[in-house]
Design a protein around this ligand. Structure first.
Ligand code: ADP
Ligand code: MG
Length: 268
């Protein structure tokens, strides 16, 4: 758990770093869309765009995140380059594709839409919890896959299953797709159980377990409920969380640049 939270944290870090970013919200619950403070107007959701993928123009669905206004108000970044944080808005309609038996043609729908989009340095796709059609569509359209795991028994086991599913998917559909790694989220350093699970994850996944871990954040719900970027939230704990996402994004960007190195495959 924590996919949407990590997506929003990375989007916030990308905005702060001046990386033009698009967040694609593939979850029918559209939590990322809500968290990114968008004004949908009468624009269609991403589900409708996927349905008409061959002819649809993604910009019909994309809106700017409300976070950018706050960013500008703080006079951050280069005034000549307005911040870009866009959202391909989620919608319940997307659910029609969340089937386990989606064929190759349907799996390509998001890739087709994104192939006609340009100008972004980073595209983050927030997935629903299931490993069905929508998540696979996202894998098909991606260079790299980031997994999020809480340091608990079920979550660690689930991450291993996801890694295996990803491996099979790569063999069948996407040989160039690579795991970006695993983020440990909601970590409590004072918890013995968490230390034990983190050591276990380190042993299981090696270099794929990314640094830094993301700490359990007491006011997370409040920040997300207010649809704010963590970088814009006052207080020391938000500042620390923002710093963690800055470091995580930096690590991801750097490992992306040296992507030719051999990735350690998870233990099967
Ligand atoms: N680091 C964190 N600290 C505190 N609460 C968190 C943290 N990460 C996620 N949460 C909370 O856990 C819940 C599930 O997280 P979410 O990001 O929506 O998961 P997912 O998208 O995988 O379903 C949300 O209520 C969120 O606010
Ligand atoms: Mg989510």
């Amino acid at each position: 758990m924590g996919k949407t939270s990590v997506t929003l944290g990375l989007a916030s870090a990308a905005l702060a770093a001046g990386i033009p970013t698009l967040v694609v919200d593939l979850d029918p619950h559209a939590d990322a869309t809500t968290g990114l403070a968008v004004n949908p107007g009468d624009k269609p959701g991403i589900g409708e765009m996927l349905k008409g993928a061959r002819r649809a123009v993604l910009t019909d669905n994309v809106v700017s995140s409300g976070w950018t206004e706050n960013h500008l108000r703080r006079r951050k970044g280069d005034p000549k380059r307005p911040p870009v944080l866009d959202v391909a808005m989620g919608s319940a309609f997307t659910g029609i594709y969340d089937r386990p038996d989606l064929g190759r043609r349907d799996l390509r729908r998001l890739s087709t839409l994104l192939s006609r989009v340009s100008g972004y340095g980073l595209v983050l796709i927030d997935c629903p919890p299931s490993l069905n059609g929508l998540t696979r569509m996202a894998w098909m359209a991606s260079n790299r896959v980031l997994l999020v795991a809480e340091p608990g028994l079920f979550s660690v086991a689930g991450t291993e299953r996801t890694m295996r599913a990803l491996d099979l998917f790569r063999e069948e559909f996407a040989p160039n797709l690579a795991p970006a790694g695993i983020v440990a989220n909601r970590v409590r350093t004072s918890s013995n159980e968490h230390s034990f699970r983190l050591a276990e994850m380190q042993q299981m996944f090696g270099d794929l377990l990314l640094q830094p871990h993301i700490a359990e954040q007491a006011n997370w719900q409040q920040i997300q409920g207010a649809a704010h970027a963590v970088h814009h939230w006052p207080g020391e704990s938000a500042k620390q969380a923002a710093g963690s996402f800055d470091a995580l994004l930096k690590n991801l960007v750097e490992s992306g640049r040296s992507r030719n190195r051999v990735m350690r495959r998870p233990v099967a």
